[in-house]
Design a protein around this ligand. Structure first.
Ligand code: ADP
Length: 396
């Protein structure tokens, strides 16, 4: 029996999912989990598909354990857990595929070199993604590895949606809008096609609202516009990221307040968003439970920014047939969904508060002009499906 692994290697965590392949070669989730606290207090946890905890291991006092060493622990454990299953490939989430990579591909030395060259475009994510690839190559030489890009789903966006109003020469040097969260949106597009093919063929905005947050305007299941641009900093307000910001603020911080580029980077990526505005937490649940006026203001700003950007994407689509909520906040937080939908009532969204409170799949009233749905995302599964498709193309 064969198995696949999906890996998402970040700076301080590695998320993974193990899939077995049955006779129909459909990935069956065997376990999912994460290594957290890398560099501080590493801990490896895993659950079955049903949510039962099957692994919880910590390494107190061993904060020096590297990504590669922790991956080795993960592989050792998975070999035991997968029993008779042979891992035949690893799929990686790679944040940036630049202008060249329009879809997933097998990773070889030439591909790795091209992906390394894209590190300056995603300095906080890409190096860690690639460190995972290199670690697997050392631990399991010869095992096929597949790159699955967060940018690829947006590759076919109309040329206008890729442009900043900057001189053409800069666009030609790659200073353009790419878009991210593509694996999530691709999964949502597929699921929506199974749930409601008519809606999937229409004008849909998908709202991926997690710690990172963005919107994607889809027509007939393809991306036509999105809120993240050159980096994953643009667009919506997020857990700790600021989202769209007058670029004059960045200049002022540096020229008038004397902040270095590194200070500004830290501010915009890790000290802003819900955390910065509330001064309390980056976690939406904690803010909802807080009751402090600063927490309420952060929540209101989040909802109003989502609605404002959704209005802009409705312009890109020329109208709206459906709004899809996904990711941690989008799937679980009824009050945020309600606040967003109330602001978008003028677009024909009429939310059913009972269905919303019950987290049902369809949460709009039957006569609502545009539908509102909750569709849980699964980026790891999308990676597994891509990895299988690439393997099928590789000669044995
Ligand atoms: P990531 O981008 O790290 O994958 P998630 O998609 O897990 O993030 O989303 C994390 C956010 O979702 C946090 O703000 C968290 O408070 C929120 N969230 C997660 N579960 C719930 C829940 N049951 N109710 C309300 N908010 C939730």
């Amino acid at each position: 029996m064969k198995a696949l692994v999906s890996l998402n290697s970040g700076s301080s965590s590695i998320k993974f999912a193990l899939y077995t392949l049955g006779a129909a070669r459909q990935p069956q989730l065997a376990a999912r989990g994460k290594v957290e606290g890398i560099g501080i207090a590493p801990r490896l946890t895993a659950r079955t598909a049903e949510g039962e905890v099957i692994l919880d291991r910590a390494w107190p006092g061993e904060e020096g354990l590297t990504h590669a060493q922790l991956l080795e622990h993960l592989f050792d454990w998975s070999a035991g857990h997968l029993d008779q299953h042979e891992v035949i490939a690893i799929g990686h989430r790679i944040v940036h595929g630049g202008t060249e990579f329009a879809g997933p591909c097998l990773i070889d030395e030439a591909v790795l070199a091209k992906l390394e060259a894209l590190c300056p475009l995603a300095p906080l994510h890409q190096p860690h993604n690639l460190a995972g690839v290199r670690a697997v190559a050392r631990l399991r030489p010869g095992l096929p590895q597949v790159a699955c890009f967060d940018t690829a789903f947006h590759h076919g966006m109309p040329a206008l949606a890729t442009r900043f109003a900057l001189p053409r020469a800069l666009h030609d040097r790659g200073i353009r809008r790419y878009g991210f969260h593509g694996l999530s949106y691709e999964y949502i597009a597929r699921r929506l096609n199974e749930i409601d093919p008519q809606l999937a063929a229409g004008r849909v905005i998908a709202a991926h609202l997690g710690n990172g947050a963005s919107l994607c305007a889809m027509r007939n299941g393809t991306s036509v516009d999105t809120t993240m641009g050159f980096t994953a900093l643009d667009g919506l307000m997020m857990g700790t990221r600021c989202g769209s910001l007058d670029p004059g603020v960045v200049l002022h911080l540096q020229t008038q307040l004397g902040m270095s580029a590194a200070d500004v980077e830290r501010l915009l990526y890790t000290q802003s968003g819900l955390l910065g505005v509330s001064g309390i937490s980056s976690d939406m649940r904690a803010l909802s439970e807080s009751g402090a006026p600063e927490a309420e203001e952060a929540i209101e700003l989040f909802a109003s920014r989502v609605a404002r950007e959704a209005g802009a994407l409705a312009v890109s689509l020329g109208g709206l047939d459906g709004l899809i909520f996904t990711a941690g906040i989008g799937e679980n937080h009824a009050d945020i969904r309600s606040r967003i939908c109330r602001r978008l009532a003028w677009l024909g969204l009429d939310i059913d508060e009972t269905a919303n409170a019950g987290h049902r799949t369809c949460i709009s009233l039957p006569d609502s002009r545009a539908m509102v749905c909750i569709v849980p995302t699964d980026e790891e599964r999308m990676i597994a499906l891509h990895t299988l498709a690439i393997l099928a193309r590789v000669p044995a």
